[in-house]
Design a protein around this ligand. Sequence first.
Ligand code: MTE
Length: 318
Amino acid sequence: MHFHPDRGHGRQLESEVTPRSLYASRRELLALGAASLLPNLAQAQGQGAKLAATKSSLAGALVMDKPTRYEDATRYNNFYEFGTDKSEPARNAHTLKTSPWSVVVEGECAKPGRFDLEALLKLSPMEERLYRLRCVEGWSMVIPWIGYSLAELIKKVEPNSRAKFVEFTTLADKAQMPELSNGALDWPYVEGLRMDEALHPLTLLAFGMYGEVLPKQNGAPLRLVVPWKYGFKSAKSIVKIRLVEKQPNSSWTKAAQREYGFYSNVNPQVDHPRWSQASERRIGEDGLFAKKRPTLMFNGYEAQVGQLYAGMDLRKNY
Ligand code: MTE
């Protein structure tokens, strides 16, 4: 690897990060008959580099749920640039080149700039946050992410008074992403947040998970995690962040406006036009007798973020 994610954070003890071994043992993998897959995956993706962090003290950052097994979180993915089947990103994302990498932050601000990955890794201390992620499709996971609040980066560029929204654009490179021709979405993948959502401390710029740098299929080298919104708001492999005056037009809204609104807050009372959002299947608990879980308002983060939507009609603003 060309970057050294565990450098520059001398104050933090690596032992404070939950090691991957806590989430999955090699014995479990052998039981699945998946062990033969491992060496290749790990080699091809340069996976496994440690990423030091301290446990977050932010309210809501550490949920009480049991974390999803590493193997499930890294082999059941949505990353359409590498295929629309859940198993495809883990198989195909090895072609993603994550180094060198940089992110342009521009638009309505006094100090726009290009930040390379090394600078981003050092911008603010890394925290481990155990978040629920609820996908619009009706499943959820609980993942120990590593990163820092997106607000840290936004503050650096000094937003001006016209900066009302933030638009995120992710990599779209045919040479690295074989499925860009699949026509599933209008590439590049674009997502957006209102400025106060983007500045909310729970909104995480993530560089790692399970004590390591992000696996490519999970959005390396950096992605967004917005835990109270449906998973598609959490853009992977970000290359551009633009502060804008008008509400951005996101890829999913463009694809199907009635199904994927701009806000996309997890809301068990507002059904997707084609299915209910009242309950969810926790990945890893999908045995024959596993019960579905009731979906929580704002994915369980209502105490932290409910105020952002006071007075808004959340049926209209779905
Ligand atoms: N980002 C990009 N660039 N491309 C995608 O297809 N899928 C989204 C989101 N970010 C997606 C993306 C969706 S639908 C979900 S549910 C989450 O990533 C899945 O993240 P995970 O695979 O780490 O669970």
